[in-house]
Design a protein around this ligand. Structure first.
Ligand SMILES: [Zn+2]
Length: 417
């Protein structure tokens, strides 16, 4: 049934035309892209993508969480679906490649396969997931599809999510219907995502392709140090209970701990709120938002508990108290070993150098990976810059990545026949 064309390649010019057209939608004065999820620009990009799917002769599919797909159906009975794709939304003033490459290369692979008259043993579906970047809710679309989207993601009592719900409604997404987006996972035979690397490891190692082994686990905590807000002028130095002094030492020691003992880990303090926040009162409260990332689940837990211990030791030293609240937890995601090996073999055949690597950034693939065999293909990012107008990937690297994606689809097809 399947006549696999071994040398089938994507049409680079067609892909590039799509890329430059899409980059017009939400473009900013300094060459960036602002297409935050559910914005006018995002909706315009979705309409454009739906048109491209229809023009190519595929079925357009959308679901109750706003995921938008093109489908090349299989003639095989009881065929499963192979998902390929990424996301069309961006961060504010982000770049042209993040997310867009995965979706556009997916569409181009479908066109190449369709043009060659290949009947696949699975339905091939190129999907753009809603709000991967988290302008409203990170991974809204992929969580909706996998059934991991919970009501608190939309109706968080801690926050006023009225604007989010209004944006969903405006995009035709009804909160009461989102559960209908859940797919039976037995219907899927895998998910493949091509993405730019967003750091400089491939470039520095002079490798063409990154084969992703997993996405780091991630947790976010709020640490609140409590002191006493007395007069900065008259409180004796030995009587000061300065919450900010404790918090500052905590931040410094936290980074030192990671640098010295967990070089594969990442911690970040991205925000400090100080009360009462005036220059002549000793800080009574310092609230820090701290994030930790690591590829190994046990090590991540160890880092987290050592930071809590460190915070308590510092609080004791400065006669403070400290409260630690977990705000967010995302488990380590593991990619499929068989797919990784398959992609490595394809790189060898195409004379592309490659290396296995972990992803420190989050991707929809990590949401899919517990449910269906999942793989990610990375291509180099110039100077490792992303979420920025200067985000750039050489076009030949995009071509390489798209051709590896295409060959992976075809190899999976040949395995299933
Ligand atoms: Zn992305």
């Amino acid at each position: 049934m399947v006549a696999i064309v071994p040398k089938l390649q994507i049409n680079s010019l067609r892909l590039h035309t799509d890329f430059t057209e899409l980059a017009q939608i939400g473009h900013t004065a300094n060459g960036g892209i602002s297409r935050v999820a559910l914005s006018n620009e995002d909706l315009e990009a979705r309409a454009w993508f739906a048109n491209q799917i229809e023009e190519a002769g595929f079925f357009v599919r959308d679901d109750e969480v706003g995921n938008l797909s093109g489908v090349l159906p299989s003639k095989a009975k009881h065929a499963q679906t192979l998902l390929i794709g990424s996301h069309l939304d961006t961060v504010p003033n982000g770049g042209q490649y993040d997310g867009a490459i995965g979706v556009l290369a997916g569409l181009e692979c479908m066109r190449a396969i369709s043009d060659a008259g290949i009947d696949l043993p699975f339905h091939l579906e190129v999907i753009s997931f809603t709000d991967e970047e988290g302008w409203w809710q990170s991974f809204f679309g992929s969580m909706g599809l996998t059934g991991t989207l919970k009501s608190h993601h939309i109706n968080d009592a801690q926050q006023d999510n009225a604007a989010f719900r209004a944006a969903l409604y405006r995009a035709g997404i009804l909160v009461s219907e989102v559960d209908r987006a859940i797919r039976p996972m037995d219907d899927l035979c895998g998910y493949l995502e091509l993405h730019i690397e967003q750091s400089a490891r491939l470039e520095q190692a002079r490798k063409n392709i990154g084969v992703i082994t997993g996405v780091v686990g991630r947790s976010a905590y709020v640490y609140t140090f409590y002191g006493e807000g007395t007069s900065a002028a008259t409180t004796h130095v030995n009587d000061r209970c300065d919450a900010l002094q404790g918090a500052a030492l905590f931040i410094t020691k936290m980074h030192a701990l990671i640098a010295e003992e967990y070089p594969d880990g990442i911690v970040n303090c991205g925000n400090i709120e100080v009360q009462p926040g005036t220059f002549n009162v000793i800080p009574a409260e310092a609230r820090l938002r701290v994030e930790c990332r690591h590829q190994d689940r046990t090590t991540l837990l160890e880092i987290e508990s050592r930071l809590v211990e460190m915070a308590h030791t510092i609080a004791d030293t400065y006669r403070l108290s400290v409260k630690v609240e977990e705000m967010y937890k995302r488990e380590v995601a593991i990619m499929d070993e068989h797919l990784m090996t398959l992609i490595e073999g394809i790189c060898d055949e195409q004379h592309l150098s490659h290396q296995r690597m972990v992803s420190y950034a989050g991707h929809d693939a990590q949401i899919l990976s517990p449910f269906t065999p999942t793989a990610m293909i990375f291509i180099p990012s110039k100077d490792g810059i992303s979420h920025n107008p200067r985000e750039y990937t050489e076009w030949h690297d995009v071509e390489n990545g798209a051709n590896v994606l295409l060959s992976t689809i075809l190899r999976l097809a040949s395995e299933k026949v």
